[in-house]
Design a protein around this ligand. Structure first.
Ligand code: NAI
Length: 261
């Protein structure tokens, strides 16, 4: 698959760690020029220098995906460094587990602002750049099994991921005439620091049901019998970033081991 993304200019948001870092490292390995875009500027720099140390092309840019000005600056810096933008991965996201009856307005707004609004802004601003360039492009948004099904400990997170799927479908319709495809990929349970963070938050809030319990419950419904690692999604993300997916738009490609059918 190495030739598929050679020389593509790719932004991956939330790429300082976890799934985004995995996607970025894999695409860079396959010859793409990658922009590690993250709220955590130090971690983004570390990830970019690790990728560059392997002889691949990566730079770090600090961004808050929920701020339009910040996303515009990210795209401007990408274009001034690499001359264009071919692929935008709107991957940054936050999560929180909370029993359904305890989800507050603040919890809901906080998650929607990053996962929902962040994907809307990232899709719009990338599309404007790609339209100006005049030869199409690819926008890929990170959805989730939680964008296909409601889970009782994740009502607000699910709402935000359903929003990602909805924005993707709307954008696919709006941008097709510009040869811009818009798709999601939908991970299931991926062992990243996100889950460790959920564990810590749960302890702080003194809640009894723990994310590990949620993982165990989820795991029982994974047909392939195991949770995944960032490397398990590389095949699909390479495909979606490459010309091989030129006739695919508006889709959510699930990479969940058969968790949601
Ligand atoms: P993670 O928590 O390990 O990494 C997320 C990254 O996003 C962090 O580096 C963080 O600094 C960054 N970030 C957070 N808010 C940001 C903002 N406002 N602007 C820019 N960057 C920001 O999470 P993970 O597991 O790698 O998840 C990545 C994406 O995959 C998220 O959208 C998540 O919802 C989704 N996902 C994760 C699954 C999992 O089991 N880990 C399953 C399904 C979907």
């Amino acid at each position: 698959m190495s030739g598929l993304v050679n020389n593509k200019v790719v932004i991956v948001t939330g790429a300082a760690r976890g799934i985004g870092a995995g996607i970025a490292a894999d695409l860079a390995e396959k010859g793409a020029h990658v922009v590690i875009a993250d709220l955590n500027a130090d971690a983004a720099r570390q990830t970019a220098s690790k990728i560059s140390a392997g002889g691949n092309n990566a730079i770090a840019v600090a961004v808050d995906v929920s701020s339009r000005a910040s996303v515009k600056a990210l795209i401007d810096q990408t274009v001034s460094r690499f001359g264009r933008l071919d692929v935008m991965f709107n991957n940054a996201g936050i999560s929180q587990t909370c029993p359904f009856l305890k989800v507050t307005e603040e919890d809901f707004d906080r998650i929607m602002k990053v996962n929902g609004l962040g994907v809307l802004i990232g899709t719009q601003e990338a599309a404007k750049q790609m339209i100006a360039q005049g030869h199409g492009g690819k926008i890929i948004n990170t959805a989730s099994v939680a964008g296909k099904q409601g889970y009782p400990l994740f009502a607000h997170y699910c709402a935000s991921k359903f929003a990602v799927v909805a924005i993707t479908q709307a954008a696919a319709r709006a941008l097709a005439e510009h040869k811009i495809t818009v798709n999601c990929f939908g991970p299931g349970v991926v062992k990243t620091e996100l889950w460790e963070q959920l564990d810590r938050e749960f302890l702080e809030r003194g809640l009894t049901e723990k994310p590990e319990q949620a993982i165990n419950e989820f795991s029982q419904s994974i047909l392939l019998g195991r949770v995944s690692l960032p490397k398990d999604i590389a095949g699909v993300t390479t495909f979606l970033a490459s010309d091989a997916s030129d006739y695919v738009t508006g889709q959510t490609v699930m990479v969940d081991g058969g968790m949601v059918l």
